[in-house]
Design a protein around this ligand. Structure first.
Ligand SMILES: *[C@@H]1O[C@H](CO)[C@@H](O)[C@H](O)[C@H]1NC(C)=O
Ligand SMILES: *[C@@H]1O[C@H](CO)[C@@H](O)[C@H](O)[C@H]1NC(C)=O
Ligand SMILES: *[C@@H]1O[C@H](CO)[C@@H](O)[C@H](O)[C@H]1NC(C)=O
Ligand SMILES: *[C@@H]1O[C@H](CO)[C@@H](O)[C@H](O)[C@H]1NC(C)=O
Ligand SMILES: *[C@@H]1O[C@H](CO)[C@@H](O)[C@H](O)[C@H]1NC(C)=O
Length: 238
């Protein structure tokens, strides 16, 4: 308990004893203290710096780090618990408490490994840039990240398919998966991304046809699909 709170507690107890020692009053006292306690937490009475480090975000980042098998440029060398994660290389946080990860940008750091699904726990993530590394394996299914607008994982060694659940990150504006080894179809769910304006899936091994409904996305300005195995009669939907 922070010192300010115990002080308040003592003073009120004293005031109470002086006035009336009856039972109902005691109960009222207890309720008042409980209310104070709740209020205190709400208005930030508790001044403890560790409280401003969100443990969900820290764990998500450390789990992501566990997926990295090779870091020749020591890009993640200052991702240690001695520093607040907002000061780790590549991490930018929201500017007000609780400081949450809003940007993770580790472009061109020669990182090798898998992209951990733990990134889906960064609920305030707005921009994820892991482009120009050597990430392998599939792009994970992330929780619906309601703040995510920019997702760049181009120029890696990703394999497998793009999860349709990506469309649950409903605020997405820009998606770049170009220059990987991705297969399967272009997920039709992407046509639910009402705000999307840029999709780059160039230079992969996508097959099938281009989902018709992509053409209904009124904000879509660039749809780059070249150098894939899309079916011959596929046309960019109008
Ligand atoms: C907490 O206290 C420290 C020093 O006592 C002060 O520098 C800091 O600004 C305080 N933080 C908040 C959020 O009030
Ligand atoms: C970690 O490294 C980055 C990039 O070099 C630097 O900006 C940041 O201040 C470092 N953080 C700490 C806690 O040393
Ligand atoms: C990521 O950081 C690099 C270098 O710091 C910068 O050039 C690039 O524009 C950033 N990515 C995004 C999407 O802002
Ligand atoms: C990524 O793909 C490139 C080009 O095929 C290859 O040279 C490189 O060794 C691959 N890296 C990894 C980590 O798989
Ligand atoms: C995405 O949304 C669909 C439809 O609401 C739901 O069935 C699915 O479980 C969601 N996926 C994730 C990863 O949240």
């Amino acid at each position: 308990m922070p010192p300010g709170l115990s002080f308040t507690f003592c003073r009120l107890t004293w005031a109470f004893t002086m006035r009336s020692p009856k039972q109902p009053a005691k109960l009222a006292m207890l309720l008042l203290l409980l209310a104070l306690l709740l209020l205190c937490n709400g208005v930030g009475c508790v001044n403890d710096t560790t409280i401003h480090e969100n443990s969900v975000d820290r764990k998500a980042l450390l789990d992501f780090k566990k997926g990295i098998t090779d870091d020749p440029q020591r890009a993640l060398s200052n991702w240690t618990t001695t520093a607040h994660f907002c000061r780790w290389n590549g991490v930018i946080c929201t500017t007000t408490p609780q400081y949450r990860v809003s940007v993770l940008n580790l472009t061109a750091q020669n990182l090798r490994g898998q992209i951990s699904p733990s990134l889906g726990n960064l609920a305030f993530l707005n921009l994820l840039d892991l482009s120009y590394n050597s990430f392998v394996g599939t792009f994970p299914v992330l929780n619906p990240l309601q703040q995510l607008q920019y997702l760049f994982v181009n120029n890696n060694n990703l394999t497998g398919t793009i999860p349709g659940a990506l469309a649950n990150c409903s605020k997405l504006l820009s998606l770049d998966f170009s220059s990987n080894f991705l297969v399967g179809v272009i997920p039709p769910e992407l046509s639910f991304l009402a705000h999307i304006n840029y999709i780059n899936f160039k230079s992969n091994q996508f097959e099938g046809s281009i989902p018709d409904d992509l053409g209904k996305l009124s904000n879509l300005q660039s749809l780059l699909l070249g150098d894939n195995r899309l079916s011959v009669n596929s046309r960019v939907p109008s």
